[in-house]
Write a protein that binds this ligand. Structure first.
Ligand code: ZN
Length: 451
């Protein structure tokens, strides 16, 4: 049997540690793993000195096509993901127009995404005040999970996404529990944060630190506590997106101890930048919840290193450059980060803070694959999809605008040196990114459906 691809001599990251072995790939799957594979292969990759690991599964990406394609599209967004070492992603139900809140809107997204993706992709359905009767049709249409905003997200634009009120959250959780669906929550108390923001602006306080202080830590903790209480009442499975504080994580751990089915993600930007740096970086570093002060960031690091955060996501939330100008309260709140997750966090967590490499792989691939039932993905093992990346821990580079694949080439990491580099990204046995050649071949990404 001739292999399609053979990856030779890399330091392969398994669930329990790292071993130097060869990996054979045939028909998109990992077909054999051995110390030395002597079979012929159509293509051979020499991986000496590099880590070979499952590609990242980024479960928090905003593509905004159709409807706001000028912000980001499937082609440019998935190229950035591929270049950053992501092999699958789950796309959020907001920023595109219409928002993904019924099966017609999902159909528009499926059409727009088809034949444009360089990596595998799946979709969320949204939970909003007017779509309680549409959750079942979204589940039937194959969305992987649902997403709701407890933070303030109002819009005058028809078919745009809006936040839930407590009633909708409660009723939605009841329905999703019946459907055995996972609900992902953006947890911030909207009435406190929006009034504090109004107060700041009225008083002419518009520095980056003022913005951070308009969204204090307790507003995240409060929303987490409320959602957990509703989950206890309804039995709904919960996942908290982009948690920014140790205090919120401690609440989630307490809930898990008493049997609530709950997981939590955080994002590289909460570890890579602190609130004190936002003034210097400017609105490119604006996100919700905001970056936290250095002393609070240290506590979040402890949670990550102690295994209390289940996985990492980019929360790639792009926009056009003009929306990132001016005063920070007015600028778009979202960081373009899809291309720098693996390298940045490998540098910070593994190289600088000593996180074992196999624990790092849990955070980028294995844990999200388990939670989202992606049974073919998330691990280097025989018969799994050959979704594999090569990571060179000895290369350094500086993030430059011209190397970004985003539609709008701004990044909070521009000018930053990263001491690690993704050199190849392989999706089901197809090389889609090679550091020397850039994006390779056609958009071979496939839809992952829960049905
Ligand atoms: Zn988001």
């Amino acid at each position: 049997m001739t292999l399609d691809l053979l990856i030779k001599g890399g330091n392969v990251v398994f669930r329990d540690g790292v071993r130097t072995v060869d990996i054979g790939i045939k028909n998109e799957k990992i077909s054999c793993i051995a110390e030395h594979i002597s079979e012929d292969a159509k293509e051979v990759i020499e991986a000496n000195g590099q880590y070979v690991m499952p590609g990242m599964i980024d479960t928090h990406v905003h593509i905004s096509e159709p409807g706001r394609t000028e912000w980001e599209g499937f082609e440019t967004g998935s190229k950035a993901l591929a270049a950053g070492g992501t092999t699958s992603y789950v796309e959020m139900p907001l920023n595109a127009l219409p928002a993904t809140i019924n099966k017609e809107a999902l159909g528009l997204k499926l059409d727009a995404a088809s034949n444009q993706n360089y990596v595998d992709y799946a979709f969320y359905g949204g939970l909003v005040p007017e779509n309680l009767d549409k959750l079942e049709e979204l589940a039937d249409a194959g969305v992987l999970a649902f997403k709701a905003f407890m933070s303030d997200i109002t819009s005058d634009i028809p078919d745009d996404f809006t936040n839930v009120d407590d009633y909708t959250l409660y009723k939605g959780m009841q329905k999703l529990a019946e459907l055995d669906q996972l609900l992902c929550i953006h947890a911030e108390n909207p009435s406190v944060t929006s009034k504090l923001a109004e107060e700041m602006v009225r008083e002419g306080r518009t520095t980056a630190m003022d913005y951070v202080e308009s969204r204090p830590i307790f507003t995240e903790v409060d929303a987490v506590q409320r959602a957990i209480l509703f989950a206890k009442e309804t039995g709904c499975k919960l996942h908290f997106v982009h948690i920014s504080t140790s205090e919120a994580i401690q609440e989630i751990l307490k809930a898990r101890d008493v049997g609530v089915d709950v997981t939590v993600e955080s994002c590289p930007h909460y570890f890579a930048m602190s609130a004190e740096q936002v003034e210097e970086i400017g609105p490119r570093a604006k996100c919700q919840p905001p970056l936290r002060k250095a002393k609070d960031q240290e506590k979040l690091w402890d949670e990550l290193l102690n295994g209390n955060i289940d996985w990492l996501t980019s929360d790639h939330s792009p926009c056009t450059e003009d929306l990132k100008q001016g005063n920070i309260f007015e600028a778009w709140g979202g960081i373009s980060g899809a291309q720098n997750n693996v390298d940045l966090m490998f540098d910070l967590a593994v190289k600088q803070r000593g996180l074992p490499v196999h624990k790092f792989v849990d955070l980028i691939a294995t844990n999200p694959a388990e939670r989202f039932n992606l049974t073919n993905k998330g691990e280097i093992a025989v018969s799994k999809d050959a979704d594999i990346i090569l990571v060179d821990p000895n290369q350094s580079y500086v993030v430059k605008r011209e190397d970004l694949y985003y539609k709008n080439k701004h990044s909070a990491y521009e000018g930053r040196q990263i001491d690690c580099r993704v050199t190849k990204t392989i999706v089901r046995g197809n090389v889609v990114f090679d550091l020397d050649k850039g994006i390779v071949g056609n958009p071979i990404g496939k839809l992952i459906s829960a049905k």
